[in-house]
Design a protein around this ligand. Structure first.
Ligand SMILES: C[S@@+](CC[C@H](N)C(=O)[O-])C[C@H]1O[C@@H](n2cnc3c(N)ncnc32)[C@H](O)[C@@H]1O
Length: 308
């Protein structure tokens, strides 16, 4: 198998905002191939500790190899980060900083067998964690036309969702849709997209988000992170599409309010207290040099906050 590689995105900005120094305890919720984690470990020195989650078995194995010399300082967890609180309490780990670099790693896109890319023929899989039962193939071939349209609309922000769902429904009556390129062809024959983006882009994004429950687990991990972080601890999140970024932005904003009562109430009754200070008024994005070296970084948006 070819060597797996992934270039860490916004690395120096991430390290700065995590506010790392010797002996800190850090959680990397999305280890990937360990690029960010390696840099974090260098910063926190030999007495620092890293807890790292990764739900993809192959990435986890590669990252462990890469971080072998730090293994005594690391706790590797083969799990979805939605189990953060449970794992943290089991290991009595108190994080000074939590980092999330969401979504796919390069090996997911490069390996056609994972089914994430419509440019290469592969099975319609799209699972980050192969222990999971639900695949994109099951969604595409067994969900009702309405459910398919809703998924494509909500998670792909695709305005042609109904036409696409109808075309999928019609095509699968003749024979089940098994591969990425078959699905892309059906969509390509149904709609035209504006500009450079392939007509299947939004549908593929929607299926991936749905199959991996990406928004649901993100919402949950943000809530958990806020509770687990030490006072003054940092939460840094890199997202790659607008649905994720909006969720992070709104979560941060909601936690900076001192009252969440409806406007009509003359006196506060919620006693809500702000819990975060936002460190990035606007999201940080990669500059032209980074994008030219690593085009996959182009949609990245980094947001960071400090626990009060
Ligand atoms: C963008 S990559 C991270 C790359 C990493 N920062 C590096 O430098 O190599 C995202 C990784 O997080 C994993 N991942 C995504 N969502 C996850 C979740 N909910 N729980 C655990 N791992 C997740 C993916 O499998 C993928 O390997």
């Amino acid at each position: 198998m070819a060597e797996l590689t992934h270039t860490p995105v916004l690395l120096s900005e991430t390290l700065d905002l995590l506010n790392l120094e010797a002996n800190k305890h850090v959680i990397d919720g999305t280890l990937g191939l360990g690029g960010h984690s390696e840099a974090i470990l260098k910063k926190i020195g030999p007495k620092g500790k890293l807890m790292a989650f990764e739900q993809d078995e192959r990435n986890l194995k590669e990252a462990k190899k890469r971080l072998k010399k730090y293994e005594k300082q690391c706790l590797f967890i083969h799990s979805n980060f939605e189990h953060l609180a449970e794992v943290v309490s089991k290991h009595a780990f108190q994080p000074d900083a939590i980092f999330l670099d969401l979504g796919l790693s390069s090996p997911h896109i490069d390996d056609p067998e994972r089914g994430f890319s419509f440019l290469k023929e592969g099975p319609l899989d799209m699972r980050f964690d192969k222990r999971q039962k639900l695949t994109a193939e099951k969604v595409v071939n067994t969900y009702s036309e309405k459910d398919l349209a809703d998924i494509i609309f909500h998670y792909g922000e695709e305005r042609h969702s109904r036409v696409i769902a109808r075309a999928i429904f019609k095509a699968r009556k003749a024979a089940p849709i098994k591969t990425t390129t078959e699905l892309a062809r059906i969509i390509g024959k149904t709609i035209r997209s504006k500009g450079k983006i392939h007509p299947a882009t939004r549908t593929f994004q929607a299926l991936r988000i749905y199959v991996n429950r990406e928004l649901e687990v993100l919402e949950s991990v943000l809530e958990q992170s806020l509770k687990l972080l030490k006072k003054g601890g940092r939460l840094v999140v890199i997202s790659y599409h607008s649905l994720e970024d909006r969720l992070v932005k709104n979560f941060f904003r909601d936690q900076t309010r001192n009252c969440i009562c409806p406007k009509e109430l003359p006196v506060c009754q919620c006693n809500f207290q702000k819990k975060l200070y936002i460190l990035t008024r606007k999201p940080i994005i990669p500059d032209g040099i980074e994008v030219s070296h690593n085009p996959r970084s182009r949609s990245a948006k980094l947001r960071a906050a400090e626990k009060l």
